[in-house]
Design a binder for this molecule. Structure first.
Ligand SMILES: [Fe+2]
Length: 164
């Protein structure tokens, strides 16, 4: 199924999207999801963690392209959950340390993401078909939007307080 799909809209997105995610015709081709400077939040640790998250999504994309979606879903999402836990905690700790005014809104977005991922894992455990593809599209779209629109809001504030 994934091999015939060329665009995000061909496959549809997650069933119960609760965020406004751009639904462009996003290429599925390999190389489409790479961390570039465009995603930099200008804080080395957080950029490294974002790169790791992008890498994990790419692992899932590769597994889906080679038809290993279901077996790949077992280790990849638990890694995603682990990395996001570490990353969200690190980012929130920095915002907290400097009393970043956008912290509570930001925290809510992280919490919504965690809940969504947990829901995907439960659906997969319940043998719902198509979960790996939905999970991949959800995380990909969420990361792109969250890093570029929400994470970048703390860059200038934290940079001005010596965080790089
Ligand atoms: Fe964030």
């Amino acid at each position: 199924m994934i091999k015939e799909a060329t665009y995000l809209s061909d496959l549809g997105g997650p069933a119960n999207e609760d965020m406004l995610i751009e639904r462009k015709r996003m290429p599925v081709a390999s190389g489409a999801f790479r961390w570039t400077e465009a995603y930099s939040v200008n804080i080395a640790l957080l950029d490294q963690q974002h790169q790791k998250l992008f890498d994990t999504v790419n692992e899932l994309i590769r597994a889906l392209r080679t038809g290993e979606g279901n077996s790949a879903l077992d280790p990849v999402p638990s890694r995603l959950v682990d990395y996001t836990r570490v990353h969200f905690a690190a980012a929130e700790a920095l915002m907290e340390k400097h009393d970043f005014p956008g912290l509570s809104t930001h925290r809510t977005q992280h919490e919504m993401f965690r809940r969504k991922i947990t829901a995907f894992l439960e659906e997969h455990k319940a043998a719902k078909p198509g979960v790996p593809v939905s999970l991949m599209f959800f995380v990909q779209a969420w990361l792109k939007q969250h890093v570029q629109k929400t994470d970048k809001q703390y860059t200038a504030f934290l940079n001005a307080r010596g965080e790089r």
